[in-house]
Write a protein that binds this ligand. Structure first.
Ligand code: MBD
Ligand code: FE
Length: 276
């Protein structure tokens, strides 16, 4: 069809009306519908293909996989790129890079002061100890900041989404001490993979892609008067480190991992209590 004919049809379909539209919603929906009309036309989409797409979306919703699909198609990464660009333009540079939140955060994790143990002790795994300091962009420590941490277990699964784990396993909020410092002990996570044969997996396969992420740990860092940072670290050496289906690996977010066989080092680091 001629684009002009499609546009004329869309114009006809502006009526009938009822009341005042919400301008932003209307503008965006009109644009999406127009672009999809063009796609249907250009690719000669058959009615059966169209309805199979509708059914796919229905099932993806039932499976709670829209967040995963958004990550996999690069939408989350794109939103970050735009935030980075806006901050750059406003002269707000420096600090730890942001990267995507992902769809697996759960609010309400236990609040701990200064330090925490994240794992509930139910899994054998490599013990991981991480510590750091929250600083403002001038390098001054921020006391009382909230460092929210969440990550997967050794099988790459997250508590709440994986019902076999205890609630808030591998999820804590740590309040930085007077020097802006935090530290935690946990179990080394494995990389995440989208649910096999699920909606995201089905789509990615048809795109010739996999649904793996490297092992990683998520963070929100917030404090009154500061912008909130959403970020992650990736575990160096993971085969998917630079082949992440969600495009979240960034320079500056791959800290060196120091392997230590000495049990005294763990004892010295403290954090041996089952629940800190
Ligand atoms: C994850 O664990 C994740 O962090 C993202 C971004 C997408 C899917 C699973
Ligand atoms: Fe994740």
């Amino acid at each position: 069809m001629e684009k002009a004919a499609i546009d004329a049809l869309l114009k006809e379909m502006q009526a009938p009306t009822r009341g005042e539209p919400t301008p932003r919603v209307k503008a965006i929906v009109d644009r999406i519908v127009r672009d999809l009309f063009y796609v249907i036309d250009e690719y000669d989409v058959e009615p059966s293909e169209f309805w199979s797409a509708v059914n796919y979306l229905t099932q993806a919703g039932r499976n709670d996989e829209y967040g995963l699909i958004a990550a996999g198609l690069g939408f989350e990464r794109f939103l970050d790129v735009r935030l980075d660009a806006a901050e750059e333009a406003a002269g707000l540079t420096g600090g730890t890079p942001r990267t995507i939140e992902g769809p697996l955060y759960v609010a309400g994790a236990p609040l701990c002061k200064g330090e925490a143990r994240l794992d509930d002790g139910s899994e054998e795994g490599e013990i991981l100890i991480m510590h750091g300091q929250v600083r403002d962009t001038d390098g001054r420590p921020v006391a009382g900041a909230h460092v929210e941490v969440w990550h997967a277990n050794t099988r790459g699964n997250y508590s709440f989404f994986d019902k076999s784990q205890s609630p808030f396993n591998l999820r804590r909020t740590i309040e930085t001490d007077a020097d802006g410092r935090y530290r935690f002990r946990t179990t080394m996570p494995s990389g995440y993979a989208v649910p096999p044969e699920g909606s995201t997996d089905t789509l990615l396969k048809q795109l010739g892609r996999h649904g793996h992420r490297p092992a990683h740990i998520h963070f929100f860092v917030s404090a009154p008067g500061f912008r909130k940072l959403t970020t992650q670290i990736n575990i160096d050496g993971d085969p998917y480190l630079h082949d992440d289906f969600a495009f979240a690996t960034r320079d500056g977010l791959i800290p060196a991992v120091e392997r230590n066989q000495d049990p005294d080092a763990i004892a010295e680091a403290g954090l041996n209590a089952p629940f800190a």
